[in-house]
Each structure stands twice: as structure tokens, then as C-alpha cells.
Write a protein that binds this ligand. Structure first.
Ligand SMILES: [Zn+2]
Length: 89
């Protein structure tokens, strides 16, 4: 399915210019238990609806960013840099 995705640096572009890099997950602390790291590395929620995701603009500025997107119909998305992510996620 083709749709437009907004790079915070370059603006709206065809999604084919980007690489999807999975859902955003909060990284465990270095001293966290093995189970917490296993969950972080191997488990995905595959949420149906709006989720926060990592994207890479491979055919553009080569920068990483986050996008909140509906996984149902690829609409209603908002893109921003990681450093703009609030602490409430
Ligand atoms: Zn870009």
C-alpha cells in the first residue's frame, strides 16, 4: 500500500523512500533482568490502531525519526525527532 509519510526534515514523501524499523519501545535500563531485555529485543505488540514507530529516510536525508501512525489505514500520522518525544510515552 502506498501512502505519503512526513519526514521532519524533508516533508511529505512517498513511503517507498523510507524504511520501517519497527514499533517504538522504551529501552530497559542496563541492569534490567534478562527477561526485560528479551522482551525488548524479540517481542512486538503488533498493535492494531495508532502506534509509535521508528522510520528511516533512506532515499532522502538519511535520518531517523518517530511517527505515530494508524496501522489500520496508514492515516492520521504525526512525525517528529526522537529528542522531541515527551516523557509520557
Ligand atoms: Zn528526510
Amino acid at each position: 500500500m502506498s501512502f505519503l509519510l512526513t519526514c521532519p526534515n524533508c516533508g511529505k514523501r512517498p513511503v517507498a523512500e523510507f524504511a520501517f524499523q519497527g514499533e517504538y519501545k522504551r529501552r530497559p535500563k542496563p541492569q534490567a533482568a534478562f527477561e526485560a531485555w528479551s522482551e525488548y529485543v524479540y517481542m512486538a505488540k503488533n498493535h492494531r490502531g495508532r502506534q509509535l514507530e521508528w522510520w528511516f529516510h533512506r532515499s532522502g536525508c538519511q535520518r531517523w525519526f518517530l511517527a505515530r501512525r494508524s496501522t489500520v489505514d496508514n492515516t492520521d500520522h504525526v512525525s517528529f525527532w526522537f529528542h522531541d518525544l515527551g516523557s509520557d510515552v
